[in-house]
Design a protein around this ligand. Structure first.
Ligand SMILES: [Zn+2]
Ligand SMILES: [Zn+2]
Length: 310
């Protein structure tokens, strides 16, 4: 469990500690999409145990992603949980995850539909460059530059959580797909994928870069290959991203941007992503695939399929 937010280390590592957990992602997602604020509502929506939910909410408060707001419940004071400004900016991250699922995971007929209220159409989020306005921006049109001491994703994870079993997370139209959880629901997995985007290819380099144990690393590599995110290793032992893995770039770019804006780190530890087409630093924005304007948090909503109770 996340007991304290580390004051040092890479911003991305700190952000992964705060976010890289299946339940945490689902709790945040329900808060965004369904405006869930109360303990009992998350409990009913997600079906997780009270102790797990209480622990995750405590972590979210400690990470300054949620704040408690007391309310009166028939004479008893209870806490609601509101997204903080820092968490509200995760809206783009969640939209990018949804967009990746739409593009990369087959068989989503009953997936929620994203409506852009500005133009009134169903939309897909496109990663755009805030500097030059171009969209979509792909990983190939960017380059990453690391500060001299950038251990971008090294995470101190003493006795961190065991992996949750897939079957413990709910399956309904809103929930993330197993592929998504494979990448984002586990801090090591996200760190490995981040390293891949930075050009790390060899098993030994992942190990050295991330300070990860060989057994955890080989387990995650095997899962990534099975999920079609990494190619089977070449004869030279190199792991490369598949097209599906490359399509995850918007999520990565938004995560890096958010982490470095909210978890201060000095420039020696920073990671800069450049948009090579225009030469400026990539300031990731999400644009509507229909009208091309910004998918602002307050200008989008999801239309859910007719949901049968899970
Ligand atoms: Zn640009
Ligand atoms: Zn639009």
């Amino acid at each position: 469990m996340l007991e304290t937010i580390p004051k040092t280390g890479s911003a991305i590592g700190i952000a992964l500690l705060a976010l890289g957990d299946r339940w945490t992602l689902l709790i945040l997602q329900r808060a965004f999409v369904l405006h869930t604020r109360r303990f009992g509502d998350w409990s009913a929506q997600l079906g997780l145990s009270e102790s797990t939910l209480a622990a995750r909410l405590r972590d979210l408060v400690a990470a300054d992603l949620m704040e408690r707001a007391p309310y009166d419940d028939n004479g008893r004071t209870r806490d609601a949980y509101l997204l903080t400004p820092r968490a509200l900016e995760l809206s783009n991250l969640l939209l990018a995850i949804w967009g990746w699922e739409q593009a990369s995971v087959p068989g989503l007929e009953d997936a929620p539909v994203l409506i852009h209220d500005t133009c009134g159409q169903d939309a897909l989020p496109l990663l755009g460059c805030g500097s030059c306005g171009l969209a979509p921006v792909t990983a190939r049109e960017t380059s990453a530059e690391r500060g001299a001491e950038a251990e971008f994703a090294r995470i101190n994870m003493p006795r961190l959580h065991r992996r949750a079993k897939h079957s413990t997370t709910p399956v309904d139209a809103l929930s993330y797909y197993p592929e998504t959880m494979e990448i984002l629901g586990d801090r090591w997995s996200t760190a490995i994928l981040a390293a891949s985007f930075l050009g790390v290819r060899r098993f030994t380099d992942f190990k050295a870069e991330l300070g990860i144990s060989p057994s955890i690393l080989s387990d995650r590599m095997r899962r990534f290959v099975a999920a079609g995110v990494l190619q089977t290793p070449t004869s030279a032992g190199e792991y490369r991203l598949t097209a599906k893995g490359m399509n995850f770039f918007p999520v990565f770019a938004i995560l890096v941007d958010w982490a470095q804006r909210w978890y201060s780190s000095d420039s020696a530890h920073e990671l800069t992503i450049w948009h090579t087409s225009c030469g400026a630093q990539l300031r990731p924005v999400l644009l509507c695939s229909r009208c091309g304007t910004d998918l602002e948090r307050t200008k989008v909503h999801f239309e859910l399929p007719a949901v049968t109770a899970p």
